[in-house]
Every structure is written in C-alpha cells, then in structure tokens.
Write a protein that binds this ligand. Structure first.
Ligand code: HEC
Ligand code: HEC
Length: 303
C-alpha cells in the first residue's frame, strides 16, 4: 500500500472510531428534556403513543466499551492501521506458506513412496487409492461422474469398464490424462438422410442389435468407403484416432438408433482437457493408478 493510501486508511479509522467513541461517551450524559410524566412529549397516532425515556442498560455500555478495547488491541497486534505491521508481525501470506509447508512435509514422504511404485502397484495400494480418489473427485467427476461411469451427453467414457478409446495400458492412460484427448467424428449429413439411416442400421448390425437387413446392406457399402479410414474395416475402431469400436455394446453417446443417428448426422467432438501442468506428475501418476483400479474393479456392475 502506498503511503497515501496508508494515511487515508489511518484517517478513516481514527475518524470513525473517534466519532463513535465520542457518541458513546457523550450520549449517556446528554440531557434530553422530559415532561414531569417522564416522556419526551413526542406523540404519535393522535396521542395514543407517547415517547418515553430510559437510560442505556449497563450491559450495553460494557459490551460497547469492550468493542473499543478489542479494536485497539487488534490494531496494535495485527496489520490494519494503514501500513503498520502490528506487534505479532502476522501476514496471511506467511500463514498460508507455513500451513502449505507443514502439509508438504507430511505429504512428501508419502508421495515419494507412492511415485516410486509402478502405476499397477499403486492401483492396489490403499493409501494411493485414497489420495487418488480425492484428486479424481476434485478434477474428473464433472465429466466422468463421481463413480467414473462417464457421461453420454459429453461423450466422457466410462472408466470402470475394460473398454478403451485410446488404450488401457498405464502409459496410454497417463498420456490421455497428461496431454488430453480430442476425438473428431465428422458430420455426415451431407450424405443425405436416407444414407445416414442406412448407416444407422449397419452400425446397429455391427453391435448385434435388431436392425433392418436391407438398409444395413445398403449402409455397409457406404461404411466400407467412408467410415473404415477411422473405424477400421471391421468397425473395431482405432486407438490412434480415438475412433471407438462399433462392434461391442459400449457407447460413448448411446447405442439407441436415435443416438447413433445423431452421432453420424451431426458428428461428435469429445474433448478431454490436458491436465499437465495443472496437475503435478505425482498427481497424474496417482490418477493413472486410480483409473487402472476403477477399470479392474470386481464390482463393475454395482452402481
Ligand atoms: C471436461 C470434461 C472432462 C474432464 C473434466 C475429464 N475428462 Fe477425461 N475424458 C473426457 C472426454 C470427453 C473423453 C473422451 C475423449 C475423446 O472422445 O476423444 C475423456 C477421455 C479420458 C480418458 C481416455 C479413456 C479411453 O477410453 O481411452 C481417460 C483415461 C480420462 N479421460 C481420464 C480423466 C481423468 C483422470 C480426469 C481428471 C483428472 C478426466 N479424465 C477429466 C472428458 C473429461
Ligand atoms: C475422421 C475419422 C472418422 C471417420 C471418417 C468416421 N468416424 Fe465415427 N467416430 C470417430 C471418432 C474419433 C469418434 C468418437 C468421437 C468422440 O470421441 O467424441 C466417432 C464416433 C462415432 C460414433 C459414436 C460411437 C459411440 O460410442 O457413441 C458412431 C456411431 C460413428 N462414429 C459412426 C461412424 C460412421 C457410420 C462413419 C462413416 C459415415 C464414421 N463414424 C466415420 C472418427 C471417425
């Protein structure tokens, strides 16, 4: 704070405390003329209400006095009176730095132990999982859901199955988290509504769902020219592009005919943000272990 502002603050404090303290001292002594019946003579509601007089109660005066004492003690001990730093030399920055340092001192040995493990080992370590769960809840649940089941509105995949867009090894998961991922499925409405509907039937047939055979056959011909570049000749997907496998019954955006039609007609652009450098390497390591743990869970169906 510049000297000018400091003085401005000091003047405001002195003025405000001074004026209220003057009122505090003066008001109880002030003579207010009263009538013989003890009222001030002010009347309302055609004389039905008359204004009486009472001295301030002692407890009120004591509490008010205590406030002035507390304010003075505070301004002597803590920063507040302009630029003065106060006898305790307290700053919020120092308090935060001390608390952070104390926390780091507790956390560092734990993190050292956990980052020395492989992600697979950390996936089985209860302490690693407890820490990683916090990180997941703070950073990932908005899209992947609290339990990691994903969100078809955002195309955020389920983390608790063994199905992967970009691969499920520790390295691949860690890359997904560190650098983010952006799958791009183009919109195919230019092919015309009939062709899109045929493609929907073919995609339904790929995942073994009920479909119209004639339309699916027509759709297959288009699929083989237009879609295999990304989804592969058998529709099994391509982890290099994040193009999903269309032959299983796992869906990013839903496997109903309507959802598949929207995917093909409008295209889809799922975006997974990059977490480095927002999260430290140790955090990303723990989250990798957490995702590994989620996807290998025994109780995958329990919600
Ligand atoms: C803003 C929403 C959002 C947030 C927040 C988010 N994700 Fe994602 N994540 C996605 C989307 C969408 C995809 C799929 C990307 C694609 O389709 O290309 C994805 C993909 C992934 C994948 C790849 C899955 C696969 O099948 O290959 C992993 C692993 C992952 N996220 C983990 C995380 C972790 C861990 C966090 C928290 C640090 C996180 N995500 C936070 C939206 C999000
Ligand atoms: C340029 C590569 C590319 C081409 C070509 C492509 N796709 Fe995709 N497709 C993707 C990607 C990547 C995704 C995942 C989008 C995301 O992550 O948000 C996807 C998603 C989908 C989905 C949604 C799957 C789900 O799980 O919800 C369907 C259905 C689909 N594609 C069908 C098709 C069809 C049919 C064609 C041909 C007309 C086609 N795709 C052509 C890359 C492609």
């Amino acid at each position: 704070m510049s000297a000018g502002w400091s003085w401005w603050v000091i003047v405001l404090i002195v003025f405000n405390l001074g004026v209220t303290f003057f009122l505090f001292v003066w008001a109880p002594r002030a003579k207010i003329p009263t009538l013989p019946d003890g009222t001030t003579g002010h009347v309302w509601a055609h004389g039905a209400l008359r204004e009486g007089m009472h001295r301030l109660p002692g407890w009120w005066i004591l509490i008010s006095l205590a406030m002035y004492v507390a304010a003075a003690v505070y301004l002597v001990l803590y920063p507040g009176f302009g630029n003065t730093s106060g006898l305790l030399d307290w700053t919020s920055h120092r308090e935060l730095a001390q608390a952070t340092a104390a926390n780091d001192a507790k956390l560092d040995p734990v993190l050292q132990r956990l980052t020395a493990m492989s992600a697979e080992q950390a996936a089985r370590d209860p302490q690693a999982q407890a820490l990683a769960m916090r990180l997941f809840i703070d950073n990932c649940t908005a899209c992947h859901g609290r339990n990691g089941f994903g969100n078809p509105l955002l195309g955020a995949p389920n983390m608790t199955d063994a199905d992967w867009l970009y691969g499920g090894s520790a390295d691949e998961i860690s890359t997904s988290i560190r650098s983010g991922r952006s799958g791009v499925m183009p919109a195919w409405n230019a092919l015309g509504a009939d062709t899109v509907k045929n493609l929907v039937q073919y995609v339904l047939s790929l995942s073994g769902q009920a479909h119209d055979v004639g339309m699916a056959t027509a759709g297959e011909a288009v699929f083989k020219t237009t879609c295999i570049a990304c989804h592969g000749p058998e529709g099994k997907g391509n982890p290099a592009l994040g193009a999903p496998n269309l032959t299983d019954d796992v869906w990013l955006y839903g496997g109903t005919p309507a959802a598949i039609e929207t995917s093909i007609d409008q295209g889809r652009q799922g975006h997974m943000p990059a977490w480095s450098p927002r999260l430290s390497d140790a955090d990303i390591h723990l989250l990798t272990a957490y995702v590994l743990h989620l996807s290998n869970r025994a109780d995958q169906t329990a919600r």
